[in-house]
Write a protein that binds this ligand. Structure first.
Ligand code: FAD
Ligand code: SAM
Length: 660
């Protein structure tokens, strides 16, 4: 179980500057903080010139140890804004063990009025910053910030990125030697792009020697302010006398980036399709979004309310890591939508409805920070929920409900996205460099890239027919708000869930039916949902007059969830099935074999599906993951999580089990 990391503990000196209580050191030097940042990090990495030289569609990736108050990030962003052309992008990756609380961050950044324009945007998105990878999209996607929350030595090995410029800004080596070790510098070298540069405020001799040994060529250079000398350097390459870092297995390696036309077809306009379209559009791609219905979000993503609920594990599983990162990402997107109609951050209460659940909850509360989740006893739970409850449980203060169609609409609203309703794709054909989408003998659209986001329907295409996706029917019940039910103040979940009313109606859900193919709502499932309500709170059932409702008159909606056998989504590039089996046949004899054969990718063919019962949490971040695979960018998730979601995982497993 990972320790729970607290927020940074700060003291504010008599000039109003923050100081770390744990490290007994300053975040930046007194009055010259801005000048120092600009000189030590921006100038030594020649960022002015490098930003100015970026072409439209180009990008620069900066990596940093120690995000702190984000001052370096904001200064880099400001310089980028001043010198980079429209269409260029900045990607900033920073690792931070003790993130500042939002209020401390606000107080620290108020020190720099000239950065207000940028600081305000950061502060507006500095929400749900929890352990692991947290992606923030700023300035409509022109700037991406990926925060790795946790110890640098635990987080950086999970990063898959190519860093063009490194800022080393841990506290002083004497006060925080953990941030200046040979092990950590080897990670910087592993992640360095071929012409990567590096700088730091310290000139300590052993730091310089360790960086040199890691493959950087460091030079002392005159300092600024209190600093007599500082260090700058360039990456020469991985040292020859040190074993090279392991490379990804070929079936999980990055496909060669496509050159040429940046145009993608996205098939399916639910949460997964809209997220994929949004992430590509933000990177300057032209997207054709094809949907068989006349509007977005007509199937699983069409419920009036879905719950932002985190089914976590105390053991840091890949699924749990994905959930914490995905939740943070969705939660930040929602800040752009209208609270009360499109979503609400009313919190989510998960009741400890039996002893086993109570035990699981206690473990979770110990493994995660209280601002993500904490235990509440029965009295606290009732006070929070505004209704009588029989149990306490877990409370997720930043959770809530979402109207999924609103999120889809917001994500599909870029002018780079061409909306193509009434287009049912029956067949996909590759002709020359183009994927063609056909409906019978009608060519609907074509582009070098196609992204399948049609939930379980993607099995209809020959190329993706082998993906093991299953449909699970689910039905929700809509219940009219009553004067007595207005007191419900949070989402409450047991086996089912009920949300505070949206536009005069509560959503009560949801049934699971593994057999039925029919989407007509049934009375039996409405009755099942009412039983789930009774289990959540007999008091709420009374307030909603549940006993008096005529089951025949109940209204609701049914749709299919789409799940994979390991309950992780399927996101990324796909290989050609038969050639794949031939290429890696050796795996069926010896699973540890890694044949040195490049993966036979279906070039330009990508998948975003399998979001199960938690698409609100996983689908939006999956759009970013897909775009990162496509554009050869830093991944927004740990390597192991991206591999656990990779479409090729099933073919590998089948080979290993000798089933192909
Ligand atoms: C009853 C129920 C309750 C749920 N509750 C929650 C919840 O509380 N919280 C949560 O996070 N998640 C919940 N989910 C899950 C969530 O709704 C899904 O994970 C999510 O909507 C999946 O999005 P998607 O885009 O993958 O699929 P969909 O929304 O089903 O979208 C797929 C789209 O692709 C289109 N399409 C398919 N094939 C083609 C084709 N060949 N050509 C053109 N278009 C095509 C379809 O028409 C559809 O619009 C619930 C699901 C159900 C059914
Ligand atoms: C000098 S401050 C960074 C200042 C920051 N770059 C800025 O612009 O405000 C150093 C930061 O490193 C973080 N830190 C210290 N030890 C760490 C570790 N082992 N892993 C990750 N972050 C660490 C501290 O919490 C602190 O925020």
């Amino acid at each position: 179980m990972k320790p729970v990391l607290p927020h940074a503990q700060l003291d504010w000196d008599d000039q109003g500057l923050p100081r770390s209580r744990v490290f007994d050191d300053v975040y930046f030097s007194d009055k010259s903080g801005l000048d120092e940042t600009r000189y030590v990090f921006l100038e030594q990495n020649a960022l002015h010139e490098r930003f100015a030289a970026l072409p439209a569609g180009g990008r620069l990736v900066i990596g940093e140890t120690g995000f702190g108050t984000g001052l370096n990030f904001l200064c880099a962003w400001q310089l980028f804004e001043q010198h980079a052309v429209a269409g260029a992008r900045l990607h900033f990756v920073s690792v931070e063990k003790y993130p500042l609380s939002p209020s401390d961050l606000q107080r620290a950044l108020a020190l720099w009025p000239e950065l207000t324009l940028f600081a305000d945007q950061l502060l507006a998105q500095y929400v749900a910053i929890h352990q692991g990878f947290q992606r923030l999209v700023l300035d409509n996607g022109r700037v991406t910030l990926t925060l790795l929350i946790g110890d640098a030595l635990e987080q950086l090995p999970q990063l898959d990125a190519q860093i063009d410029a490194w800022f080393l800004d841990g506290f002083a080596p004497a006060k925080n030697p953990d941030m200046w070790t040979a092990e950590l510098f080897a990670e910087l070298a592993r992640l360095a792009a071929p012409d990567s540069t590096i700088s730091t405020f310290t000139s300590t001799g052993w730091v310089r020697r360790l960086l040199n040994a890691a493959g950087f060529k460091m030079k002392r250079t005159p300092g600024i302010g209190h600093k007599w000398e500082i260090l700058r350097g360039v990456f020469l390459g991985w040292p020859q006398d040190v074993t090279a870092p392991a490379v990804a297995k070929p079936w999980f390696a990055r496909p060669t980036p496509l050159t040429g036309e940046r145009h993608a077809l996205v098939v399916g306009a639910g949460l997964a399709g809209c997220a994929s379209a949004a992430s590509l559009a933000a990177r300057g791609w032209h997207v054709s979004l094809l949907e068989r219905h006349d509007a977005l979000a007509q199937e699983a993503s069409g419920n009036p309310q879905g719950v932002l609920y985190l089914k976590l594990s105390a053991h840091g599983t890949t699924l749990s890591q994905l959930i914490v990162s995905g939740f943070g990402y969705t939660r930040r997107l929602l800040e752009h939508l209208q609270r009360g109609v499109d979503w609400d951050n009313c919190g989510v209460l998960q009741l400890a409805f039996n002893a086993k659940e109570a035990e699981r909850q206690a473990q979770l509360a110990a493994a995660f920070a209280p601002d993500l989740v904490h235990l509440v006893d029965q009295a606290q739970a009732q006070a929070q929920a505004g209704i009588a409850l029989e149990h306490g449980g877990l409370f997720f203060p930043e959770g809530g409900w979402v109207h999924p169609p609103a999120l889809c609409h917001w994500q599909a609203s870029s002018t780079n996205i061409q909306w193509l309703p009434h287009r049912e794709v029956l067949d996909l054909r590759k002709v020359d460099d183009q994927w063609q989408a056909w409906d019978g003998d009608v060519l609907l659209a074509s582009a070098p890239v196609v992204i399948l986001a049609g939930a379980a329907e993607i099995k209809r295409f020959a190329q993706s027919a082998e993906l093991p996706l299953k449909r699970i029917r689910g039905q929700i019940t809509r219940l009219a708000q009553t004067p007595e039910s207005q007191s419900l103040a949070t989402v409450v979940c047991a086996e089912g869930y009920v949300a505070p009313a949206r536009l005069g109606e509560h959503t009560l859900g949801a049934s699971f039916d593994f057999k039925s193919d029919d989407l007509t709502p049934t009375v039996a499932e409405h009755l099942g949902n009412l039983a789930l309500l009774e289990e959540i709170s007999p008091d709420l059932a009374t307030r909603l007059h549940a006993q008096k409702l005529d089951p025949q008159q109940l209204e609701g909606r049914a749709a299919f969830r789409c799940t994979s056998p390991d309950y992780l989504p399927i996101v990324g590039p796909l290989a050609e099935h038969v050639t794949f089996a031939d290429a890696y046949a050796a795996l069926s004899k010896d699973a540890r074999q890694v044949p040195d054969i490049p993966c036979p990718w279906l070039e330009g063919f990508y998948v975003n599906s399998g979001h199960g019962s938690r698409g609100l949490i996983t689908a939006p971040l999956s759009g970013e993951l897909l775009a990162a695979w496509l554009d050869n960018e830093p991944l927004p998730l740990p390597r192991a999580v991206a591999e656990a979601c990779h479409p090729n995982r099933f073919a590998v497993r089948q080979l290993v089990r000798g089933k192909i």
